[in-house]
Design a protein around this ligand. Structure first.
Ligand code: NAP
Length: 244
């Protein structure tokens, strides 16, 4: 019997770790995106019912390690996982992808939350949102002087002043350049997700002189062990569990 890992995912990085896990381990998804059907490990989908529900799950399923590889902006599940792991007395480890750093020529406007985004984009007219589905809930609030383009995983109807592009990264420099030139955007809105898959938009913003409204990362709970790369996670797991 090997130590059973609960991997909390929903990101490309988490999926790469899940592909390295054997059948005794569990990969958990919120259920908003695609559910992989080709993994050796078990896959479970849906919330646990808060930190208490997760703590119960850890005990019932005899989980020996919680590995949090959720998105850096998925603050609720990370907070729940830290609390539940402490309650169930199992280690809480996390993959914390390094944030992108502004480079010479970048014009980043750092904001907190949706209200901060709306205030920061007010002077602009053609806005590209690349921060997930949140703008979809506000499509009836597009100001008269603006046109929004929302890129996210969901297909969704737009209207005269809002278009929705459903697309999944990784995104290339060429693709991002074409998108920005065709859309004639004057600002891009982003989360500071880090990683390579969605970074090309920042290089194109720099190239085209576009400002980027960047949502600050939320605070995340400390983990007993923190990793910055998938490879580090896999290397360490290989040393502490038998079948990964
Ligand atoms: P969140 O606000 O932190 O979590 C909301 C609730 O969703 C959690 O309380 C939990 O429900 C459930 N949940 C989240 N991740 C789960 C997981 N891996 N397994 C089981 N339940 C999970 O999360 P979010 O920002 O809505 O993101 C949802 C998922 O999408 C996350 O898994 C994240 O990795 C992925 N994702 C998020 C973003 C982003 O920008 N936020 C971007 C890319 C991918 P219960 O309380 O009922 O347990």
């Amino acid at each position: 019997m090997t130590a059973r890992i609960l991997l909390l995912g929903g990101t490309g990085d988490a999926l790469r770790i899940a592909r390295a896990l054997g059948p005794e381990h569990v990969y958990s998804l919120a259920g908003l995106g695609r559910v992989p059907a080709d993994l050796a490990c078990a896959v479970r989908v849906g919330g646990f019912g808060g930190a208490e529900g997760l703590a119960r799950y850890l005990a019932e399923e005899r989980i020996a390690l919680v590995l949090d590889a959720t998105h850096p902006y998925a603050a609720q599940i990370s907070a729940n996982a830290a609390r539940a792991s402490a309650a169930a007395q199992v280690p809480y480890w996390a993959l914390r992808r390094a944030p992108w750093q502004p480079q010479r020529g970048d014009d980043w406007r750092m904001v907190d939350g949706w209200a901060g985004v709306i205030e920061a984009i007010a002077p602009f007219s053609r806005v590209l949102f690349t921060l997930g589905r949140e703008p979809l809930a506000h499509l009836d609030e597009v100001p008269m002087h603006q046109h929004w383009t929302v890129r996210c995983l969901d297909a969704h109807a737009g209207h005269a002043r809002a278009g929705v592009i459903d697309a999944r990264g990784p995104f290339t420099l060429e693709g991002e350049r074409m998108l920005c030139e065709a859309g004639r955007f004057d600002v891009i809105v982003s989360k500071n997700s880090g990683g390579d898959a969605t970074e090309a938009k920042l290089a194109i913003a720099r190239e085209l002189g576009l400002p980027v409204v960047m949502m600050r990362r939320p605070a995340l709970p400390p983990a007993q062990r923190e990793f910055t790369t998938v490879q580090d996670v896999i290397d360490v797991l290989g040393n502490v569990v038998q079948h990964i």
